[in-house]
Each structure stands twice: as structure tokens, then as C-alpha cells.
Ligand binder design. Structure first.
Ligand code: F6P
Length: 327
């Protein structure tokens, strides 16, 4: 197999803090190995539209500490069609790009995998999403920063919750996975953590809140992962609680997209740098259709097919810890 001379890099799906650090690492690893690098703007959409820009070690200066992604990102429907992917391939050929690194989540890897096989084109994935919901890696870029953002926000909410003896429902992101809710919930000392996979149910939640009250707690924080199923949405959940436990004064905070922004944590910068260098190394070893991952603090690569299985499980030990420390 011919090794690449010019590597394209793009960011796809929801942005995550640390994506810039990953792009920077890819570009600098290319420069180190005397390879050219090109940035593709707006993810797969820019690939289809030929929105490319040459990058070099200096064009990525002052990037390691910046949130978001300077290449911009998109969720691209056209890449689901063979016609869109054909246009993308033609653009890459025209620019003499002979390998692609995709920084994104499992949806992006599903597209990258089809593309790689369809055109026998070398593609490597780097997991970048605040959700931490990808198989084959302990951590994804952006997750650690998002956790710190959430904990910081809940610390502030706790001050006002405590001053008014209120119950706060705090909704966090994470799609179906609940990793942000579980870990930030423990870190911020939440009374209850509701995640879709656990499916706690209203009765058990009310029992637990009753116990909290009886044990002398005057205020409470309940972290609710988006996608949690008690009620239509978090406002309906708040109504249920107020109706069944009138002694509680309930307030709702939806943290939303602040979880995706901000300066990346040191952990995310280091992780992104390791993934970027690892991805170029993998291409130079002749690997394709794989995602970089970190398992027990070692950088590894696994086939896309493993990464996009979507069956990552809940950590039972964390649930036990959350239950014990919220007594
Ligand atoms: O995948 C990252 C994420 O922030 C999820 O946590 C959330 O469900 C989704 O993206 C929101 O997507 P959008 O910004 O397109 O509304």
C-alpha cells in the first residue's frame, strides 16, 4: 500500500473543546514527517464543496488553548448519499490529498468508514465529542472540559439552592450515554442522577427525595441527563415533583451549549495532542478505517466497526458510589 504524502483533516458533528489542539497536532505531526497537510472546512460539507486550505506548522499557532474548532464543523446530510461522497472523493483527488483524518463522533465515523471502503481511501478517526459515548476508548476529546464546566455551574447553583432551601433540576447534555450526568453528578455532589439507561422511574425518585428531606437536607441538586424519560421533558418532571411533594420548591436549569464551549482542560489538550500524533503515525503504518482510542492511558487504534457499535455500558461502580455518597 502506498503511504500518504498529503493528509486532509476535518472536524465533524458537534464541536468539542480540544478539537483545535487535535488539528494542531495532526498538522505538526505531518510537518515533522515531511508530509503536507490540508484543512477541510465545515466537515463533510466542505469536503463535498471543496472548501480546502493548506495548513502548516505555523498556521496552527496559538490554537492549543482555543475552544471550538477553527476549521468549523457541520452535521452533513449530503455525505449520506453516494453522489455526495463521490464529489468529496473527486475534490480530494484534485487536491492530491491521499489520506483523511476525521475528528468527530460515531456518526462521523460511520460516514468515514463507508467512504474509506467505497473509494479504498485511507481514513483515520479521532474521537472528539463531549458525550464520551464511543466504544473502544476510555475518553473522547472535550469530555473532561465539559465535566469541569458542568461541575463549575452546579457549584454556583448550589449556592442559591442552599440559600433558598430549593430543589434544582439541572439538565446536562450527553445524548443517550449519561456519562456527563453520572460523573459531573458525583463531582458536584448531586442528590440524584437521572440517566436514560438507568430508567429510575418517578416513584423511586420521589422516595429518594422524601428520604433526603427526612434526613435533614434542606436543598437538593438532581442532575438530569438529556434523553431521560420521566415526563416529556425536564419541565414536566419538575411539575410531577411539585405536585407529589408540595413541600419542595423546584427550579430548573438547562445548561445547554455552554457545555460545548470554553478553553480546553489540560487533560483534553494532552489527549488531543496524543491522538493527533497517533493518527498520523497510524497512517504511516498503513492503517486505515480505524479510530484512535485511549485505553488504560495507552494510545491504541480499533476498527471503525467496533467504535460505532453504540453499546457502551454504564459503570456500575460509579452508580454505587453516587448512591453511597448522596446519603
Ligand atoms: O454530541 C454532542 C451534543 O452536544 C450532544 O450532547 C447534544 O445532544 C447534541 O450534540 C446537540 O446537538 P446540536 O448542537 O446540533 O443541537
Amino acid at each position: 500500500m502506498k503511504l500518504p504524502n498529503k493528509i486532509g483533516v476535518l472536524t465533524s458533528g458537534g464541536d468539542a473543546p480540544g478539537m483545535n489542539a487535535a488539528i494542531r497536532a495532526v498538522v505538526r505531526a505531518c510537518a515533522y514527517n515531511n508530509l503536507e497537510s490540508v484543512g477541510v472546512y465545515r466537515g463533510f460539507q466542505g469536503l463535498i464543496e471543496g472548501d480546502f486550505k493548506e495548513l502548516n506548522a505555523r498556521t496552527v499557532k496559538n490554537m492549543i488553548n482555543r475552544g471550538g474548532t477553527f476549521l468549523k464543523s457541520a452535521r452533513c446530510k449530503d455525505f449520506l448519499n453516494a453522489e455526495g461522497r463521490r464529489k468529496a472523493f473527486d475534490n480530494l483527488k484534485r487536491e492530491n490529498v491521499d489520506a483523511l483524518i476525521v475528528i468527530g463522533g460515531d456518526g462521523s465515523f460511520a460516514g468515514a468508514s463507508v467512504f474509506g471502503k467505497e473509494f479504498n481511501f485511507p481514513v483515520i478517526g479521532i474521537p472528539g465529542t463531549i458525550d464520551n459515548d464511543i466504544n473502544g476508548t476510555d475518553y473522547t476529546i472535550g469530555y473532561d472540559t465539559a465535566l469541569n464546566t458542568v461541575v463549575d455551574a452546579i457549584d454556583k447553583i448550589r449556592d442559591t439552592a442552599n440559600s433558598h432551601n430549593r430543589l434544582f433540576l439541572v439538565e446536562v447534555m450527553g445524548r443517550g450515554s449519561g456519562d456527563i450526568a453520572l460523573n459531573a453528578g458525583i463531582g458536584a455532589g448531586a442528590e440524584e442522577i437521572l440517566i436514560p439507561k438507568l430508567n429510575m422511574g418517578l416513584e423511586r425518585l420521589l422516595d429518594s427525595l422524601n428520604r433526603s428531606k427526612k434526613s435533614g437536607k434542606t436543598s437538593s441538586i438532581v442532575v438530569v441527563s438529556e434523553g431521560e424519560k420521566i415526563g416529556e421533558n425536564i419541565l414536566e418532571l419538575a411539575e410531577y415533583i411539585e405536585k407529589n411533594l408540595p413541600e419542595y420548591e423546584v427550579r430548573v436549569t438547562v445548561l445547554g451549549h455552554i457545555q460545548r464551549g470554553g478553553v480546553p482542560s489540560c487533560y483534553d489538550r494532552v489527549l488531543a495532542s496524543r491522538f493527533g500524533v497517533g493518527a498520523v503515525d497510524a497512517l504511516l503504518r498503513g492503517e486505515t478505517n480505524v479510530m484512535m482510542g485511549i485505553i488504560h492511558n495507552r494510545i491504541i487504534s480499533i476498527p471503525f466497526s467496533e467504535a460505532i457499535k453504540g453499546d457502551n455500558t454504564i459503570d456500575e461502580e460509579l452508580i454505587r458510589v453516587a448512591d453511597i455518597i448522596s446519603i
